[in-house]
Every structure is written in structure tokens, then in C-alpha cells.
Design a protein. Sequence first.
Length: 421
Amino acid sequence: MSKLDILTFGCRLNSYESEVMRAHAEAAGLNDAIIVNTCAVTAEAERQARQAVRKAKRERPDARIVVTGCAAQIDPARWAAMPEVDRVLGNDEKLKAETWRDEPGAARIAVNDIQAVREQAGHLVAGFDGRARAFVQVQNGCDHRCTFCIIPYGRGPSRSVAIGEVVAQARALVAAGFRELVLTGVDITSYGGDLPGQPKLGQLVRRLLRTVPELDRLRLSSIDPVEIDEELWTAFAEEERLMPHLHLSIQAGDDMILKRMKRRHLRDDVLKVVERARSLRADAAFGADLIAGFPTEDDAMFANTLALVDDADLVHLHVFPYSARSGTPAARMPQLPVTIRRERAAQIRAAGERRLASFLASRVGLVERVLVETDDGRGHSEQFAPTSVVGGKPGEIVEGRVDAVTDGRLVIARASERVAA
């Protein structure tokens, strides 16, 4: 039986875009095909995608394989050279309905100059397979040039989705039964700079919550610590439906390394953001992206990053050993041995696991509101703590007292309330 499969690597934005592609490909009648939506953040992400392409061809030798995403955008010829691959699409082309209507007789490589793209259309995604929460793309691309990052070359300049389009998509998703939405993009705190009137992310958040009152929960994806606008701070303080969970794009906890990364914040800026957030929402929880083993990082510099996990009480970590990306300035800097990068990444992850365990233990005995996401009752609290609700059903928001922590999850044995949709 022919079918359409999508293999997604990387960020939340890729997950969202995979659903856009699914809708376009199904509408075009494309089946017996496998779409591989790649990531270029690390060499490992690209290796996994290539491995997935080869495995997919072995398991479904007659299926048509289409490769797209950031890795395909940056180096389309390399992917086209794989004998398993039938077509390579760029990040702009993959989101256009006509691209999929042209299958399978179109050009083998369809990748334009992503730096020339200046507008970002909103895409109405009817739903997300197997998820109780949905992503809403509000922005794409990045105008910054961090020395380690290849993503601007795969995503192009920063461009925003108009507020009205974001609101329309949110309404459609809520009508489809989703209780929680996540605003996502490449650099969402740069939102609005390219739109008339230059609205900020905070304005978008407040208007969305005001005009879609039936939305239960709103969450933000990764944000830049120094780009949080005042209206977003106001929303964080006043809007209970905006979740008390901030995931910060930090990357390092040492000022010299941050400068060599060409980041826009210093260590103290991160601590001030955490302090301000906690002054507004005492129950706020924080996550972070961190890179271990950046070029020139010595033991003292690494110690500063490791200490930041405790100093800022970071409980939800995404940790990456530094991966040199060809064409970036950091790739030309003195590199650390891969073994050191991996060892340091492991130390940061271990510190994060300790902070998470401490955070989870502190929630025992408290009442949590949990979005149930799976048939076995698993979900997340408002602070994004992994949770299990006995008897919980996917799509429910359940309130109950935490009885224990088991296998890294809060456990609620009995719900005291089920929040009506």
C-alpha cells in the first residue's frame, strides 16, 4: 500500500514545516514517497539524516525520496549526489503548493537563493499527528551572524508573519481541539521588524491572547535574552495563559566565549533576565541552549558555563558539543579535541539533570495543571515539567496534587479537576 512518510530532524520550526509539506503533498496526490526534512545545526544532525535516507530506501525501495530542509538548502549538490535521492528542495520551495503539484516530473534540484527571500507567508496547518499541542510559525530566518551558526545561510533573513495571519492560524488550531500552542521561529524575539509599524513579539502575544480567548495555554519557543521587549515582559507578568517557562538561547556562560561567539548578551544579562522573570512569576522555570567546547574555551571558561546551570537554575537543557560548520568564522578558530567537547557536554547535561531532579522534587505536594499528551497519561506541567497523570486522556488539561517523582516525572495519582475545553 502506497503512503506518504515525513522524517523530520531538528527544531520545532522543522516540525511545523513538515506538516505544511504534508498538506501540500497530500493535496497534490503524492504518495509512495518519503520526505526527509533535514537539519544543519551540527554535523551529527546531517549524518543522521543521510543515514535515514539510506535506511528509507532499503525499507521502501520503490518509494520516491525527496530531501529538503536546512542541510539541503546549504549544500543541495551533496544531497543530489546520493543515489537514493530523487529530488532536492530548498527551504522556500518546500512550503509552496505548486512545488508538490509539479512532482514527479520537475527539476531534480529546486533550491533558490534564500538570502533573496523577503516575505514569510502564514500557513494554516489543520493539525499535528499525535500531538496535543501545536506549533504556530510567527517568524523565519535570522539577521544575526553568530560565529558558530550556519542556520542564517539555510533560512535567510529575518521575516515575520503578519499578526492577523498568526491569529487566524491560532483560531483554526484551537477549533481543531488543540489546547496549547507554541509560537516558533528561528529568532522569534526579532519578530515584527520587517512588518508595517514594526510590532514586537509582546504585541503579538497580547493580541493573540486577547482575540483568541478560548486558547487555554500559550508557550514560547527559544528566545534571545537581550531581545525581550517590555510588552512581552508585561504579558509574562499579567497573562496567566502565557506559560511560566522561558527557554533562553544562551549558548555559553563565559563572557569571553560569548564575545567570540558574537552573541549579544553577557553572563550577567542572563542572570538579570532570570531574576526579572522570577520577580514577575515566582513559579517560572527556565531552559537553555548551551554549546560545550567552543573553540578557545579553556577550563576556566568552561567552568563559568557549567556554573551558570546552577546560578541561573536552568532545568530544561539542550546541550550540544560544538560542531564546526564549514563557512562559519568559528570553524577557522583553534579547535578543541572532539573528546573534550563531548566530555564537557556530558558534564553540562549531568548538571542539568541534577537541577531538573531538584526542581521536580520541589513540586511534590503542589497542585499542577497538566496538558495530557499521550494515551498513557504523559504530558507536561505549565513549567514544562514531564508529568504522568493516572487515567489522563490526550488533550485534557488536568489539575491535581503531585504525589511523587518517578522515573524523572511528576506523578499525579488522582485528578482533582479536569479543565473543560
